[in-house]
Write a protein that binds this ligand. Structure first.
Ligand code: ZN
Length: 501
């Protein structure tokens, strides 16, 4: 390793560790920290964010990266490492540190206001803060820059899904909307309304926890290099490949929350545990994008966890743990975990309607950054879109525009990655089925490791070596294609609801 390259690695590892420490503080805040610790914690986290930004923008780092990107003797993977590290550095230097600090501070305060506004169903109190966050993110987008024929929103999208722009996303989202709308219509015209009653029968927390622990260990989550804890909003975070944390929640009268929440977060965690330790602390040991990250969670939650093959193996264990459902057959349970019902709340949405929730948010964000709508008019625009996409109109803003946390921390451009994750997950499954031909039989026997090995090899180990769209083409022989998701919905829900989609 050249002297310059090893200096680069040391610097990158330090930046990564500052972020990891910050992530640990955040994990603690959401799991065990007493409420009164909030203020000190915010200060500590802002300090760490500032230090990381300083290190990320150091001139010496820029010089090293310039020199190394002109070095033809570097191995291919080292070139990729330099390319990605340089990308991060150049983006970071474009954003002035005062703006970074202002964003962190304002987001922290706006978040508290949003929590209160949602509780009181009072959009008016959050509106001025939303306007501030939009103004700050617009400044950030302008600092980052975007092509003349592009949109300010593009610069924000790129922060979550590198390479994603309005021009790239528009046709993908449009097609996904067509697919989803058609599926919703077919399902509702079927006249079938499977009951989800079995999931509401009352389930002890300790038994739920035992089942979830069993699931994650059988999926391949290394419990000696990770933990499963409880939090209000389930999430996954990582401080190192050897220390990945997931959380879930146990609801007595809604079994899906823990089971599918855990499968979802475990999918994220398997990605983090599967990154290449040889490149620890560098972009080659980081997730390529949030869309790809979400594809891992959706893969295990939906493609696997909501399939009949999976439950052919697991349902007996679940019934043993919960005799209260011993009278319910496998087919009814499978129908219950896959009921389709347009609803107001994104996080409770089923696979068929979920992407429509994202389409609403994507269009809202576009309108916000096009400046084609004033902040005070946002709730009614939201409600109109909700009505048009889902056929229902929120009665209160708490169930509409105030429901999601993302805007409260200025996370504009984040939502589309959920939709991309759903699409990628279906595309991985289609590609995997061509290579692992007895995939359903394996699932029926509870053998999940061949699937994990496939994901590890093709996705996890690659880190940021290839941009998401290139990774997809390398794996599937074609770029992201929503029709795989369409075919998946048609097969699964066509048979569940006895209709043709
Ligand atoms: Zn997720």
């Amino acid at each position: 390793m050249s002297k310059g390259f090893s200096e680069l690695r040391t610097r990158l590892e330090e930046i990564a560790d500052l972020r990891n420490v910050s992530a640990l503080l955040e994990w603690d805040q959401q799991t065990y920290m007493p409420l009164k610790g909030t203020e000190a914690r915010a200060r500590q986290m802002a300090l760490l964010a500032g230090l990381a930004h300083e290190k990320q923008t150091e001139e010496r780092l820029g010089e090293l990266l310039e020199a190394l990107s002109a070095d033809p003797s570097l191995a291919e993977e080292d070139k990729a490492l330099v390319r990605e590290a340089r990308r991060d550095h150049l983006k970071a230097v474009k954003v002035p540190s005062e703006l970074v600090r202002e964003i962190v501070e304002t987001s922290g305060r706006a978040h508290t206001i949003w929590v209160d506004a949602r509780r009181k169903n009072d959009f008016g109190s959050f509106a001025p803060w939303l306007a501030k966050l939009v103004a700050l993110q617009t400044r950030k987008a302008e600092a980052l820059g975007f092509p003349e024929d592009g949109a300010a929103y593009d610069a924000l999208l790129d922060g979550y899904e590198p390479g994603a722009t309005v021009a790239v996303l528009d046709p993908i989202i449009q097609r996904t909307v067509e697919i989803s709308r058609k599926a919703v219509e077919a399902v509702s015209s079927s006249g079938r309304k499977p009951s989800a009653e079995v999931l509401k029968r009352g389930f002890g927390e300790e038994e739920q926890r035992r089942f979830c622990m069993l699931l994650v260990s059988r999926l391949g989550f290394d419990l000696e290099a990770g933990r499963l804890d409880t939090s209000v909003h389930p999430f996954t975070t990582s401080f190192d490949i050897q220390d990945v944390r997931i959380t879930t929640r146990y609801q007595k009268n809604w079994l899906s929350a823990s089971i599918f929440g855990t499968l979802h977060e475990c999918g994220h965690a398997l990605y983090e545990q599967g990154l290449d330790p040889a490149h620890r602390g560098t972009p080659l040991s980081e997730a390529v994008s949030l869309g790809i990250h979400e594809s891992q969670s959706r893969f295990w939650e939906n493609q696997v966890g909501r399939s009949i093959a999976f439950w052919k193996h697991w349902y007996k264990d679940l019934q043993k743990l919960f005799p209260i459902i011993s009278d319910v057959g496998l087919e009814s349970f499978y129908a219950a975990i896959n009921t389709v019902q347009p609803s107001m709340i994104r996080v409770e949405a089923d696979e068929v309607t979920y992407n429509l929730h994202i389409a609403i948010r994507y269009e809202m964000e576009r309108a916000i950054f096009d400046k084609s709508v004033a902040v005070q008019d946002l709730p009614s625009l939201w409600n109109d879109k909700c009505e048009s996409y889902l056929g229902i109109r929120p009665e209160k803003d708490a169930d509409g525009i105030l429901q999601d946390i993302h805007w409260s921390f200025g996370g504009f451009g984040y939502f589309p990655t959920y939709l991309l994750g759903n699409l990628y997950a279906a595309q991985w499954m289609a590609a995997m089925r061509k290579e692992i031909v007895d995939l359903d039989e394996l699932m029926e026997r509870g053998e999940l490791q061949p699937m994990l090995r496939w994901l590890r090899e093709k996705i996890h180990k690659q880190g940021r070596r290839y941009p998401a769209h290139e990774l997809c083409t390398r794996i599937c022989g074609e770029p992201l294609n929503p029709d795989h998701f369409g075919a998946y919905l048609a097969a699964k829900f066509g048979s569940l609801y006895q209709v043709s989609l």
